[in-house]
Design a protein around this ligand. Structure first.
Ligand code: PRP
Length: 187
């Protein structure tokens, strides 16, 4: 096997359910716009939204970063924009993983520019190993220290997204970037 299970599907589902309950409570009486950041967030997004018990509107955004792997001046371009008018509405961005932080920084800036009343961040994985920008995550699933993780939307060269579990790729599968320690982030 080229991978090992790091976070099993049952643990993921329980955690996503908890996040949905918390969001439902925090936004009671409001109708937030939940914006999924494509492509990695799709499964997390779809599960999360169905655990939320208040009315929401949903939309997606796609951002592509250039140079983020090599240096801190990586530029982020919005290649598919939110189509709902978010002006005056609370927005919750849903991301699969926060790595350098460049993508979220740019997307938060963009959504605020669109006139959102507020912009919260919900991320499944916080991975600080390569963090370059400070990001405050309002709703977090799990923290992962190191290693190359795939599954439940996360890819390696577009592979493994379909897996139900979050898995750690063996080092030989990803140029020596495997290995890792998981901190189960609790509220
Ligand atoms: C991945 C991931 C996040 C981003 C995090 O997206 O889904 O959006 O990188 O990295 P950062 O914190 O260093 O910016 P990617 O651009 O690989 O596209 P994908 O979602 O289609 O996998």
């Amino acid at each position: 096997m080229d991978r090992e299970v790091l976070i099993a599907r049952e643990i993921i589902q329980e955690r996503v359910r908890e996040l949905g309950v918390r969001i439902s409570s925090d936004y009671r009486g409001e109708e937030p716009v939940i914006v999924g950041i494509l492509n990695g967030a799709v499964f997390f997004f779809a599960d999360l939204v169905r655990y939320i018990t208040i009315p929401v509107r949903i939309d997606f955004i796609r951002a592509r970063s250039y140079g983020a792997q090599m240096c801190s001046s990586g530029k982020v371009e919005i290649t598919k924009d939110v189509e709902i008018d978010v002006k005056g509405s609370p927005v919750i961005l849903v991301e699969d993983i926060v790595d350098t932080g460049l993508t979220l920084k740019a997307v938060v800036h963009h959504v605020k520019d669109m006139g959102a009343a507020s912009c919260a961040i919900c991320a499944l994985i916080d991975k600080k190993e390569r963090r370059e920008l400070e990001i405050s995550i309002d709703y977090l699933g799990f923290s992962v220290e190191t290693g190359f993780i795939v599954g439940y939307g996360l890819d390696y060269n577009e592979r493994y997204r379909y897996l139900n579990d979050i898995c750690l790729l063996k080092p030989e599968q990803c140029g020596g970037r495997g290995g890792g320690i998981l901190n189960d982030h609790r509220l």
